[in-house]
Design a protein around this ligand. Structure first.
Ligand code: SF4
Length: 356
């Protein structure tokens, strides 16, 4: 059987398409319909181990386990639910790493916030994950498994997926795109309902556009680029790794990404009280973005335990937003969710003492 490089580890079954599962079944001495059965149990019935696939003959299940095959699901370690019903899961990988996944429900949608790495090497100063260092990138099945875990825990089909959990997705492009393909094709989440969020890695945006065309046919997911500052100096203060990626080059790469994909880039801006939330910052940001196909998503900072930054005041949030709008920039304010249950990226894992 020819394996697609985006299809994950050889002994892991989650993440594969129906065609790949049919080929796998035939390669393992069975009729191809066994592959279709497996597809149904993996993605619809969401079984979590091979022995649970009771339509398979017991002898074959034992053989598969003997050969080291695994479905690739993650073990749930901790579950917390906030008063607004935001769900946060701490999940364990097979090699004993811990990752976080969040389910954010509203009346009309369920958004799953997926981690793409264990830890993160980008070390953004406001982020709990960034403070814990980097262990490894996640395989595509480990990202798909997060969506399934939230679906089961909330007993509801996810409508949206955002790669905004732990990790920098553009340091794991192939696996993230493979996960998007699977979440789109096998779990039925439309590509336009999927967002990939990056803090910016030099020379990766044109490659992301090219790889997306190759793997997904078309890049239709939303690219969200975290700016968090209106200029290079302040950006480096907040995101130390930004020193390798001049502000103008990042904006130029975003314009190029739009030219290659036709998809408007969304700019994320976390408002840190007294640091990047003044009127002057808003004016400077507007000047940098005027004329580009963009949208600014403002996020009010959610303090972590040993926070060196402050939450912005309600007044500064309002005036920042108004100033951008007056300059003709499309802007939205992301509502804070699950503040009472440590919903910010990396906080639960940190509490469990696994981030250090
Ligand atoms: S904000 Fe994102 S990119 Fe920055 S350290 Fe945290 S997980 Fe990594």
């Amino acid at each position: 059987m020819t394996r697609d490089p985006c299809s994950g580890a050889n002994n892991v079954l989650l993440g594969r398409s129906v065609k790949e599962l049919e080929e796998w079944a035939v390669g393992n001495g069975q009729a191809s319909f066994r592959g279709r059965q497996l597809h149904d149990w993996l993605y619809n019935k969401a079984v979590d181990d091979i022995d649970g696939i009771t339509v398979f003959p017991k002898q074959w299940r034992d053989d598969l386990l003997e050969k080291g095959f695994t479905l690739g699901r993650l073990e749930e370690l901790t579950r917390v639910v906030a008063e607004d019903s935001t769900l946060k899961l701490l999940l364990a990988t097979k090699d004993g790493e811990n990752i976080e996944t969040v389910g954010i429900p509203t009346e009309n949608r369920l958004t799953v916030c997926v981690s793409s790495q264990v830890g993160c090497p980008m070390a953004c100063r406001f982020c709990a994950t960034g403070k814990g260092g980097f262990q490894r990138s996640l395989a595509l099945h480990e990202m798909v498994a997060q969506v399934l875990s939230v679906r089961e825990a909330m007993n509801r089909r996810p409508s949206n997926v955002v790669f905004m959990g732990m990790g920098e997705p553009l340091l794991n492009i192939q696996q993230v795109l493979g996960a998007i393909r699977c979440i789109n094709n096998e779990l039925g989440v439309g590509q336009r309902k999927i967002t990939v969020s990056t803090v910016g890695v030099p020379n990766t945006l044109p490659n992301l556009a090219e790889q997306a065309q190759k793997i997904l046919g078309r890049a239709q997911f939303t690219l969200a680029v975290s700016l968090h500052a209106p200029n290079q100096e302040l950006r480096e203060e907040i995101i130390p790794t930004a020193s390798t990626y001049p502000f103008e080059n990042l904006l130029e790469d975003c314009r190029r990404y739009f030219a290659l994909t036709g998809r408007r880039v969304s700019y994320e801006y976390i408002l840190l009280g007294g640091l990047n939330d003044t009127k002057e910052h808003a004016m400077e940001l507007a000047d940098r973005l005027i004329g580009s196909q963009s949208h600014v998503n403002l996020i009010a900072y959610n303090p972590i335990d040993d926070a060196e930054f402050k939450r912005p005041s309600v007044r500064s949030i309002g005036s920042f937003k108004r100033l951008l709008e007056q300059k003709g920039i499309k802007v939205s304010l992301r509502a804070s969710r699950g503040l009472d249950k440590n919903a910010a990226c990396g906080q639960l894992r940190r509490q469990q003492g696994k981030a250090f």
